[in-house]
Design a protein around this ligand. Structure first.
Ligand SMILES: Cc1cc2nc3c(=O)[nH]c(=O)nc-3n(C[C@H](O)[C@H](O)[C@H](O)COP(=O)(O)OP(=O)(O)OC[C@H]3O[C@@H](n4cnc5c(N)ncnc54)[C@H](O)[C@@H]3O)c2cc1C
Length: 294
């Protein structure tokens, strides 16, 4: 009996499979099958949930055959990234490394090579897992997320996209098609630091930092934390402490002390709330120092 329960928990419930040949067809299928349908991208978050029977969609609409969703382009003042672009493509792209190095650096820290080869940026953002890395990265970079649905296309700022654990502002019939990452103006230095659960590489806590430096002072600062709440959390107290101040180690240290201000992280097997608050301060200091020396 116990054995049968265990084995059924490793096999998803039966589902129909549709390989969409275009975004329009995918939207049509989402409309047609309603609550029963789920989009499939890299499958590295959805399929584990289905195997554990935490999700049981009746229809999977695969985006994998839509080559038009797999690209990285210089669009003048921003980088345009198709939603089916894999973590590995972001990690290894010379264009991303040159124009938005933080994104390439962080994509290289997602899971292992198998995960990076299949997992996509669109899937990672749409899944809205608080422990995922790329939601914090697109938030700190003030990226926009393009979603297309039956009523047309809209551009959603990353800052308002993530609503709660596994919940975003996407409507059920929308497909994420593109991510737009604005180019920084001025001298920017950035990094992502995460303290990870070695077995699976998920962040216990992560911090993304982007500093715009100007003649020994910090002109602008972005600091966003991973896995200390139900969404990426902007560390506004740290940003305010840094903005307009000197870019000295002392000033960064004082600002990093404020990384846990107002946080109330949930405890979990990987770490207690107190441990996460400690990591938030330590990793923010480490990230600020790394960005300053970069
Ligand atoms: C062992 C392991 C380790 C991992 N480690 C990490 C890690 O360290 N850091 C990290 O950030 N992630 C990690 N991941 C998750 C990985 O990054 C996934 O790739 C990612 O979370 C989901 O992307 P996907 O393309 O696989 O999406 P899928 O699993 O295919 O889909 C996820 C969800 O998004 C929806 N969706 C997908 N694409 C779209 C779209 N274009 N528009 C609208 N909705 C869409 C799906 O319907 C589904 O609900 C790990 C996964 C595994 C299995």
């Amino acid at each position: 009996m116990a054995r049968a329960e265990w084995s059924s928990a490793m096999i998803p419930a039966a589902f129909d499979y549709i390989a969409a040949s275009s975004v329009d067809e995918a939207i049509e299928m989402l409309q047609k099958h309603g609550d029963q349908a789920k989009l499939l991208a890299g499958g590295h978050s959805l399929l584990p949930l289905m195997k554990l029977r935490l999700a049981a969609p009746g229809v999977l609409v695969d985006l994998g055959k839509i080559e038009d969703l797999r690209y990285i382009r210089d669009a003048g003042d921003h980088l345009a990234i198709g939603s089916m672009t894999t973590h590995y493509m972001l990690e290894s792209s010379a264009l991303v490394q040159e124009r938005v190095p933080l994104l390439s650096h962080a994509a290289g820290m997602v899971g292992d090579m198998q995960v990076r080869n299949r997992g996509t940026i669109g899937g990672s953002l749409a899944h809205a897992d608080p422990a995922s890395d790329l939601p914090s990265i697109v938030t700190v970079l003030r990226a926009g997320i393009v979603a297309r649905g039956p009523r047309g296309e809209r551009l959603i700022p990353a800052d308002g996209f993530f609503q709660n654990t596994w919940t975003s502002t996407l409507y059920p019939e929308e497909v994420v098609t593109e991510i737009r990452v604005p180019y920084a103006s001025g001298r920017t230095s950035s990094t992502y630091q995460k303290f990870r659960q070695r077995a699976a590489d998920w962040a216990i806590v992560g911090v993304a930092v982007s500093l715009t430096l100007d003649n020994g002072s910090v002109r602008d600062a972005g600091v966003v934390l991973t896995n200390v709440g139900s969404t990426p959390v902007r560390a506004t107290a740290v940003e305010e402490a840094l903005r307009g101040g000197p870019s000295t180690r002392e000033a960064l240290g004082a600002a990093a002390e404020r990384a846990a201000d107002g946080l109330n992280p949930p405890g979990e097997l990987k770490g207690s709330p107190e441990y996460k608050l400690h990591l938030a301060r330590i990793l923010t200091l480490r990230a600020l120092e790394t960005a300053l020396s970069g």
